[in-house]
Design a protein around this ligand. Structure first.
Ligand SMILES: *Cc1c(COP(=O)(O)O)cnc(C)c1O
Length: 457
């Protein structure tokens, strides 16, 4: 064990970055523009401003500005739970008996339990600054809704969360955290929106879906004076806010004089991974350094590894703009994988372009193997990881085991996006030996692809 590298590398408060880094500025092939679902023409700032806050629309559409100042109010909020530690996983290395050096960045050190708070606070801030009364959103597993309700209560904004009905019923504790922070939580589909009433009439007894909850939240925002819709992943602006993760990591690595060889992150809509890799990918794009970058997704929802790079709807209701991304089709219904945060049919347009340009890799892993890794990690490193985060742990362990064969002392770095305290039903299934793996067949995927819109640009 080297003496000079600490278990945890912390930055001081003054070292927390004061600007977000916009990876798009360094991309030669820019992510494709969002399209208006009605006209299939690129969305203008004006059109987007009906749904999203004006300042966030600017960030969404800006492919050129390299750095955005983080407003002081957001910097102050970040100081409540940042910097997040960069941890050298000495105990895991020892347990694996690997020559590899493993590092992780832990984003679960806040009540919402994940990295989502990094963007929630930014989005709430700009809504408040615009003089809005409140925001609406959807939540599936509940992490985003929790983060947003914390951010809204901080700025005194109203927060309406449409929570997928099955989660609303199965995750009462997440729901109560949101309500404690002052959010109103409605099980979706509900009878409070036209789209909700329509879905209920067509599918009585449905337990809902993320796509349906998005449609309800968008309708609630656009039909209520002083409200806008906010989204916790996928969008360029969210990747921008999440760059705080990678920027802090980069400073910490520079402090200890280490350069990661492999950077690994789980990918649902791509926001934590996009943020984690941002400064490293920037160096790679500018030809200053090289890194292997690996996205990890569930085998049950394999957007990168088996999806198509095409324009698609971001929601099932087909009311949101279209994005060009790796997608399984907006009609794809993933099997009930326990990593709720990774069950999205599409992927960030930024990451999709980078993947298509072969600047990063992707692998898919099965659920039971993910929980094997989660358990192994929890027992030696102390942290009970979120199922989503454990996808990255699985591949980090696999890479470390390869190093054991080759004798290489590679620096492996992964993003540990959150804690698993609200996922104990999934852990229970695993512990009881009742967890199963589901991999969609090519025929299953063909159904989703058949629903892709025809777009000629
Ligand atoms: C939401 C979530 C994810 C996946 O979202 P991305 O946008 O892909 O980062 C991963 N981990 C946790 C803990 C989450 O809550």
């Amino acid at each position: 064990m080297e003496k000079n590298i600490p278990y945890k590398t912390y930055l001081s408060e003054n070292e927390i970055p004061t600007k977000w880094y916009n990876l798009r500025a360094d991309m030669k092939n820019k992510p494709a523009p969002l399209l208006n679902p009605g006209t299939l023409q690129p969305m203008t700032a004006e059109e987007l401003s009906g749904v999203f806050c004006t300042e966030l629309v600017k960030q969404e559409l800006d492919n050129d500005t390299k750095y955005f100042d983080i407003p002081e109010e957001i910097q102050n909020f970040y100081k409540m739970y940042r910097p997040s530690p960069l941890v050298r996983a000495y105990c895991l290395e020892k347990a694996l008996d690997t020559p590899a050096h493993i590092y992780y960045k832990f984003e679960g050190n806040n009540t919402s339990g994940s990295h989502k708070l990094n963007s929630a606070i930014a989005q709430a801030y700009y809504a408040k600054k615009q003089g809005l009364k409140g925001v609406t959103t959807e939540t599936g597993a509940g992490q985003w809704g929790t983060a947003l309700s914390m951010a809204c209560s901080y700025f005194g904004l109203d927060c309406k969360v449409y929570m997928v009905k099955v989660s609303y019923e199965q995750k009462p504790f997440r729901r109560e955290v949101m309500r404690t922070y002052g959010a109103s939580v409605t099980p979706s589909p509900s009878d409070t929106t036209n789209v909700g009433r329509k879905i209920l009439a067509e599918h009585p007894g449905t337990t809902g879906s993320l796509g349906c909850a998005i449609s309800e939240a968008v309708e609630a925002a656009t039909s209520t004076e002083g409200y806008r819709y906010v989204l916790g992943s996928v969008l360029n602006q969210v990747v921008l806010h999440q760059s705080i993760i990678g920027l802090e990591s980069k400073i910490a690595f520079d402090k200890i004089g280490v350069k990661p060889d492999v950077i690994i992150g789980c990918a649902g809509g791509g926001s934590n991974l996009g943020g984690l890799i941002a400064p490293f990918m920037g160096e790679k794009l500018r030809g200053e350094a090289d890194y292997r970058i690996v996205a990890v997704e569930p085998a049950s929802c394999p957007s990168f590894t088996r999806g198509k790079f095409a324009y698609d709807f971001c929601d099932t209701g087909m009311v949101c703009p279209l994005a060009k991304m790796y997608t399984l089709g907006s009609g794809f219904i993933p099997s009930p994988n326990h990593a709720g945060g990774l069950r999205y049919h599409g992927m960030s347009a930024i990451l999709s372009q980078l993947y298509d340009d072969k600047l990063m890799e992707a692998v898919s892993v099965e659920q039971t193997a993910v929980f094997d890794a989660a358990t192994q990690f929890a027992r030696v490193e102390g942290i009970l990881p979120a199922p989503e985060s454990s996808h990255a742990i699985r591949v980090a362990i696999d890479e470390a085991m390869k190093c054991k064969e080759t004798g290489e002392a590679k620096n492996i770095f992964f993003g540990l996006t959150g804690t698993g305290y609200f996922d104990m039903v999934a852990y229970q299934k695993y512990n009881d030996g009742e967890m199963t793996d589901y991999i969609p067949t090519d025929d299953d995927l063909a159904v989703g692809f058949a629903g892709l819109p025809k777009v000629d640009l």
